[in-house]
Write a protein of this length. Sequence first.
Length: 523
Amino acid sequence: MNSARTIEEIGRGPNIMYTSNPQAHERTPPGLPPSIHAMVNCTMDGGSKRHRCRSSGTVFSSSCRGKAQPESALNCIAVIPTKSFSEPFFLRGGKPDLVKAVLFTDFLYFHKGGLNPHDTVTEPMLKNLLFTDGELWTLLRQRMTPAFTTGKLKAMFPLIVERAEKVQDLANNAAKTGATVDVRELMAKYTTDFIGACGFGIAMMSLNDETSSFRKLGRRLFHHDYRDDLVIMSKQVFTEKFNHLDLSMPEIQQITLHLIHSLMKQRNYMPFSKNDFNDLLLVLKENGKLIGELLEKMNPDGFQKIAEIEFDDLLIATQILAIFAAGIDTSLSVSSYILHQLAFLPEIQAKIQEEIDEVLFRYSNKLCYDAVKEMKCLEMSLLKGMRLFYSLGFLVRKSARKYTFSSTDVTMDPGVRAMIPLQALHKDKKYFKKPEKFVSERFSPSQVNDNKKRVFLTLKEGPRACIGEHLGLMQSLAGLAALLHKYSVELAPSSVRHPVSDPSAIITQNIKGGLPLLIKTRV
């Protein structure tokens, strides 16, 4: 890090991500750096301070938009200066160009995701597009992307429709009994069943079984216990000393490997023409190796270097688990949050339902890919929900080589992480008038300008974008369309206007206490 222009001139952040806490120093052993004191205190203390290290997106958001910070959240690109936990500081550029540089224009400097604490070691169950970097990420990206073309999505859409219709059955039962329904759990079951069908090629039965083992797996992925906290702390603070510890929970690895081996055995280790991700991965396994061009490495003749990596059963299991984890949380978060908002805004709900009815009438009341694509009002509302409460609180990238931000003269050394707080950007008054208000027309084509494209950020941003983003969007839209076509959502006695974020969540955001609503049959 350029010592000439660091914290003094650019601005230090308050006690947010991995920062020191003066009160914690009195209760932790001497000899550790202040930042480690805070992490030890936050991780081991079950009290009020625990949220400082865990509810990353929410705390990061409120800190970036607080009075002690610059007016614009775009100044809040945080830089973590060392490999250990340290106080982040914010780049005071005040321009979308900072975001654009990290995610788009200077991708070769920031092609590393930054989630893996190690530079050269990747644990077995994290060898996927979410956590890996370098050669393996490049080859996986090249081979996995064809699974998410428009043609593939259309072929998968009957699986989405089948699960969406089962959501209608659950809604019908709730409407008859008048019971309060946690729509977050409802949409989680729907998402789990679909991901199981298109990823694993099996019916997970989460919609009909409260104790589904796959729903339990989904819950375990996003709710950490003290074992997980201890491993995370150890690997982040004492990275190289604990490279033998795995971030992934042992039971998740065992369940996933057992499931994949069973599925491959059923298919005789050959593609089965089921149009699911398992078939794609079995095709890659038949080829034996992943072969492709690398991003940075060049041959003496000037052409990009070719790399080869063995594609084995463990890599198959890891990709399936990544699809399962990434697909569940992002889709259920936004779709359930939209239902929550619509219960408080019945006039907008009625407008969306009118559009759904009109579109489906043209398609003989059959839900299909083309019909969902025509539901523009529903899509705008979904984007609005993503702006107000996105599953990820922040994006992170790690510098692959020395880099200088042109607008700030700040130089980042290799291995430094840049964090972009999505929640803060999405609620910045400079770019969104009345940012807390649900205005779906804000995302109509006539109102989306270039600045907003760089401020409203999702997982589809930049060359490292999530390859399944469009699938997740269509899945969420289909589930909402199926539900709202026949039913309305209304406030339950326990509904609250502004839900509280769950401090026990990590990386992704969660709602504490769920989203309770009533489901009513439309007349």
